[in-house]
Write a protein that binds this ligand. Structure first.
Ligand code: SF4
Length: 216
């Protein structure tokens, strides 16, 4: 079985992979310091990352430390990711196994990094609908933004613009918190996540619009 590790650069913890992603490196932020709330039925209670953080203190500490480095010294945080990409030559990089895009300045750095590393394909999932709805948001082809449909108030309000902009969407099924009717809105052509990314590229394809995950 492949073994993965956490590399620290400028104090920023970057994971070289995990059992779900396979050998795809990632950087994460503590959800409680970076995610947006999505209205009355927000995602806090069902968040798998928060569950993992409660079980594994070292993981929780790394995510929290990354978020603090970003908040106090954003250049240090993004330089660490650039250094990692310069030195490892990886073909893919995943933003935020935990956490989300906290603000537009953060997104602009993600975009700049994607433009600097044209041979790397970047992927993130986001519920930062307010950022993704901004007009004239330039997104490089090698940065796939997959918007997570969440059955809270803000999704209902933002669904139309997210679909109109053509973002690939990640839906969630079998969610206890989902309100009546949410499941019916999952498109019939949404492809179910098989569970391990080693042999699946679905989420990375900009033209693959709908993927559906079971709540976990
Ligand atoms: S759909 Fe495929 S690429 Fe996306 S998370 Fe599931 S296994 Fe990974």
């Amino acid at each position: 079985m492949a073994s993965y590790k956490v590399i620290k650069i400028n104090g920023v913890a970057i994971s070289t992979g995990n059992t779900k992603l396979g050998a795809i490196p990632s950087v994460s932020l503590a959800p409680w310091l970076s995610c947006h709330r999505n209205g009355p039925r927000d995602c806090t209670r069902a968040c798998y990352a928060r569950k993992l953080a409660r079980l594994r203190k070292n993981v929780s500490n790394s995510w929290e430390s990354n978020a603090n480095i970003w908040a106090n010294n954003p250049s240090c945080y993004f330089d660490a990711i650039r250094k990692f990409l310069y030195t490892t030559n990886v073909p893919r990089f995943r933003w935020h196994v935990a956490g989300d895009i906290p603000d537009i300045a953060y997104f602009n750095n993600m975009r700049d990094i994607a433009e600097s590393f044209g041979d790397v394909h970047f992927l993130t999932f986001t519920k930062s609908y307010n950022i993704m709805a901004l007009p004239d948001l330039a997104i490089p082809k090698n940065l796939t933004i997959r918007v997570s449909a969440w059955p809270g108030l803000q999704w209902t309000l933002n669904k139309g613009v997210m679909l109109k902009r053509g973002y690939p969407i990640a839906w969630v099924s079998q969610l206890k918190e989902a309100g009546a009717g949410y499941t019916d809105t999952i498109p019939s052509d949404a492809v179910a996540c098989p569970g391990c990314c080693d042999n699946c590229d679905r989420c990375w394809a900009n033209d693959a619009q709908h993927v559906v995950f079971k709540a976990h």
